[in-house]
Design a protein around this ligand. Structure first.
Ligand code: PMP
Ligand code: GLN
Length: 420
């Protein structure tokens, strides 16, 4: 009955293959995006201090989000959107940001609708659009100038406009971008706002790396631009915010009519998220709010987000770039997030052609498989973040994750130097 499966074209999945391959080969994992160091102490304390003897903490909680958590989200994000959020109607808590994306696509995209996706994109956007019966239309960010800085990759607004038809309903806007690490500037966001408003398009703003923008580049929220809140769903992730990706708690914030449509998908599919984890997230936001800020949460010198980015991750970013350069790769320095893509084409001279698998996959898939099997280093092929039609153009890059402890990065350096 395999021929009856819906959407067979979405069966290939980069995480299923490459996370599996890393485990099979017991490889050093500098690919998948999760910190292998502990979350901040207050997040762990927040979870371990939940009174489980209060039996309500063990039962279903409010479906669209645990009350203390939506209140905390409202208090934290309200000032960032310059408005008082109606927490019952403008917030939905979901199983990770993944399910926010899924609920949004199911809620908004009808068969025949079109969705614009900026490449490189978090790989699930396209299959989610297709599951909803829609058609994704792709536009790549193009490197300009020396292009060794993620922000040198630009969106061609005329090209973007040319993709619009009377069926275009949404645009996915991932800022900071995974895998590239671009953080969009004020001018770029303003141009996107003008585009959405002019063409009456809804913006799905995936901002899971919102707190991971490196100084001096600020992260700006598209949902906070004039005329945008009413057409934007902003998605966040506790996994990325508190370095606890295994918790799988995410949220969407937006205008009541769009959030309501997502709540309907949610109430009929999952209904509620784990109570203790939501309680712990509420506690973490409350603790962070004890460190007042004006403008951006990172502005308080004691802010977790500042410590994580400026103190912990920035040196790791430098170290990762140096390691990649030392074996001849050309890294593109990210301004946000914890991924780095690098032009790995110089490795093509080193990797024996005969040792690459004979699939029709792009070069980076084969090179990353080879690296995992032969060198026990696990990374992610960059072209996984591109549509079929554009994969070949971007197959020279490999994505690495530098949210790894120093021992892992040291080991990575040793293995790279010995291996290439
Ligand atoms: N969007 C992007 C851009 C991501 O990288 C990820 C992976 N964390 C998600 C959404 C999903 O987030 P979560 O783990 O909270 O489901
Ligand atoms: N968002 C993470 C990444 O991009 C993890 C995704 C996943 O494991 N599915 O690496």
């Amino acid at each position: 009955l395999a021929d009856r499966v819906k959407n067979p074209d979405v069966q290939k999945n980069v995480w299923v293959e490459f996370v599996g391959l890393a485990m099979e080969n017991q490889a050093l994992n500098v690919g998948q995006g999760f910190p292998n160091f502990p979350p901040i102490q207050h997040v762990m304390d927040g979870l371990s201090s939940i009174p489980v003897e209060n039996h309500l903490n063990n039962q279903y909680t409010r479906g669209f989000g645990h009350a203390p958590f939506i209140q905390a989200l409202g208090d934290f994000y309200g000032p960032l959107f310059d408005r008082k959020l109606d927490v019952h109607n403008e917030i939905l808590v979901t199983v990770g940001a993944y399910y926010s994306l899924y609920a949004a696509t199911q809620a908004l995209i009808n068969p025949g609708d079109e969705a614009i996706i900026i490449e490189p994109f978090f790989d699930c956007y396209a299959p989610m659009v297709r599951y909803a019966g829609g058609t994704p239309k792709f536009i790549p960010l193009k490197p300009a100038g020396k292009a060794n800085d993620a922000n040198d990759w630009k969106l061609d607004m005329d090209h973007l406009q040319s993709l619009v038809t009377d069926k275009t309903k949404v645009i996915f806007f991932n800022n900071p971008n995974n895998p590239l690490g671009k953080v969009f500037t004020h001018e770029e966001i303003q141009a996107l706002c003008d585009f959405c408003i002019k063409n009456d398009i809804i913006c799905l703003a995936d901002e899971v790396y919102e707190h991971l923008a490196y100084n001096p580049q600020p992260h700006l929220r598209i949902g906070n631009y004039p005329g945008m809140y009413e057409r934007t769903i902003t998605m966040g992730s506790a996994g990325k915010t508190w370095s606890c990706t295994g918790w799988k708690i995410g949220w969407s914030i937006g205008p009541p009519d769009l959030i309501k449509a997502m709540q309907i998908v949610w109430q009929n599919s999952i209904y509620t998220c784990a109570t203790p984890l939501q309680e712990a997230c509420a506690r973490s936001f409350r603790l962070e709010m004890e460190r007042p800020f004006d403008g951006h949460p990172k502005d308080n010198p004691d802010s977790y987000f500042r410590t994580l980015t400026e103190v912990e991750l920035k040196p790791k970013r430098e170290k990762m770039a140096k390691i990649l350069e030392s074996v001849g790769m050309k890294p593109i320095i990210p301004n946000g997030g914890y991924f780095m893509i690098a032009d790995a084409s110089p490795l093509a001279k080193i990797i024996p052609e005969a040792e690459l698998d004979d699939s029709n996959d792009p070069w980076d898939y084969k090179a990353v498989r080879w690296m995992c099997r032969q060198k026990k280093i696990a990374a992610i092929p960059n072209s996984a973040f591109y549509s079929e039609g554009h994969k070949k153009e971007y197959e020279n890059y490999i994505r690495f994750c530098f949210a790894k402890d120093d021992a892992t990065l040291d080991k990575f350096e040793e293995m790279m130097v010995a291996g290439f």
